[in-house]
Design a protein around this ligand. Structure first.
Ligand code: UDX
Length: 435
């Protein structure tokens, strides 16, 4: 199949490279010519484990190419995926569809024959239909179909998620388009036996939002259980394990922490909430989850302050700034709320992140340390904000020697309370008895 992927952001690049790895011929398009020039030179605009090598291998094999010219990529494509950004609109929280709809119009003008246009970006219910109307209004004479095919990739494990998804969802109202999508996902279906769900476009669009909102709810639920554990002397890790072994609940996404962040959950929960309100079926659960998660970040900041016995005039080491490990993404990271709060209370911050340093420096206006050791040096205590592996195995003797006071506030539960007590630390974690 010949595929054009419009948008070389996180989703577009991983999906485009992934399709080329399965043997399809893929052209990735982005209007940012600098980004395209970098990609042609083999430089990745984002950090994602494994991406570099599949881009290099498939570019070399001639199956993957990059261009800033949409008009060159569209003619002759069997399918054109729209994978451009849909940020939250500042004023009302709705997904901003400007780029998606502009791209659809641009594609319409460049089409030369029957093509399937696929929305990969997370778009509100009804958008695929809207895109169809736009293209039809520009090219009333042309045969085409618009299909919804949401992505479920996680940052940091996107390549593995692309190769072995739990499911592929396709929302499609035409048999002809269904055949094209079936062919595109044939390797997934045949080799890895991935279930491919065909449904209507509206249902497909909703599946994406419902999945993310449910996962956000699961996280928020366990975070509340952690708060209860702290009051009653329970251990949230055991609660999560005890719950998760029930297969109807499942073990994943029951790690208590400082609240969910990232490019998807905050934006998608808000967009689903707006949609639900607009259509007259307001989701009170999603509304509550959004509010609890926002409140949690500031509550965590206050908790750190309390665990430190006040931070005024103290040096706080912060390990991890990205919203989760194995990414350089800072979008909606809890650190963006927690660090400024601690600063406002008079703390001096010494922060380190293995990948997010550059963006964190810009977003937080903070000099970022080059190593974890530098961040820990002479600090009055350390806060773990992201569970990067290199912090998990950090030598506790060295940590204790570097810190001025042996105080650890661990918002990701990466250490065991017993081990920390034995190593002589005052240790505070989430939803577990403090030592
Ligand atoms: C998410 C979805 O998982 C993915 O399917 C969708 O396509 C995009 O959104 P991503 O944002 O990359 O992916 O990260 P994910 O691993 O889901 O984590 C999201 C947030 O939830 C992070 O801030 C993470 O720290 C938090 N989280 C996750 C928890 O606090 N506890 C958990 O148990 C799991």
């Amino acid at each position: 199949m010949k595929i054009a992927m419009i948008g070389t952001g996180y989703v577009g690049l991983v999906t485009g490279a992934g399709f080329s790895e399965f043997g399809h011929s893929v052209v990735c398009v982005d209007k940012d010519a600098n980004k395209i020039a970098m990609l042609i030179d083999g430089i990745m605009p984002i950090f994602e484990p494994g991406l570099n090598s599949i881009v290099a291998a498939n570019t070399k094999a001639g199956r993957l190419s990059f261009t800033a010219d949409l008009n060159a990529a569209v003619p002759g494509a069997d399918a054109i995926f729209i994978a451009v950004g849909t940020p939250s609109r500042r004023d009302d929280g709705h997904a901003d569809l400007t780029d998606v709809l502009d791209t659809a119009a641009e594609i319409a003008r460049a089409l030369t024959g029957y093509t399937v246009i696929v929305t990969k970006s997370t778009v509100p219910v009804g958008t695929s239909r809207k895109i169809e109307e736009i293209i039809r209004s520009i090219r009333p004479e042309l045969e085409f179909d618009v299909v919804s095919n949401p992505e479920f990739l996680r940052e940091g494990s996107a390549i593995g998620d692309f190769r072995h998804p739990d499911r592929v969802v396709v929302g499609c109202d035409s048999e002809r388009a269904r055949e094209v999508l079936r062919e595109i996902y044939r390797p997934h279906h045949h080799v890895t036996e991935t279930p491919v769900i065909f449904t209507t476009r509206e249902t497909s669009e909703l599946i994406k939002y419902a999945s993310n909102a449910f996962l956000a709810t699961k996280i928020t639920f366990i975070n509340e259980m952690a708060d209860i554990c702290e009051k009653v002397g329970g251990d949230v890790k055991d609660v999560a394990r005890g719950m998760g072994l029930d297969r109807r609940i499942g073990r994943d996404f029951l790690n208590a922490g400082p609240g969910y962040g990232g490019s998807c959950f905050p934006k998608d929960t808000l967009a689903l909430l707006k949609t639900s309100q607009d259509v007259g079926a307001p989701s009170h659960i999603v509304e509550t989850v959004v509010a609890i998660n926002a409140a949690r970040k500031i509550a965590m900041a206050k908790r750190i302050e309390a665990d430190f016995g006040g931070v005024n005039g103290k040096t706080v080491a912060v390990l991890g700034l990205t919203f989760k490990p194995d990414t350089d993404d800072m979008r909606d990271a809890p650190s963006l709320v927690i660090v400024p709060y601690l600063q406002s209370r008079g703390a001096r911050i010494q922060a380190y992140d293995p990948r997010g340093g550059k963006e964190a420096h810009e977003r937080l206006n903070l000099d970022i340390c080059k190593t974890a050791e530098e961040a820990l040096s002479d600090a009055d205590g350390v806060v773990i904000l992201t569970e990067w592996k290199e912090f998990q195995a950090f030598d506790l003797t060295i940590m204790k020697r570097l810190l001025m006071r042996p105080l650890v506030v661990d918002l990701r539960n990466i250490y065991s309370p017993e081990q920390m007590a034995a190593a002589g630390f005052a240790y505070f974690s989430i939803g577990r008895p403090s030592r």
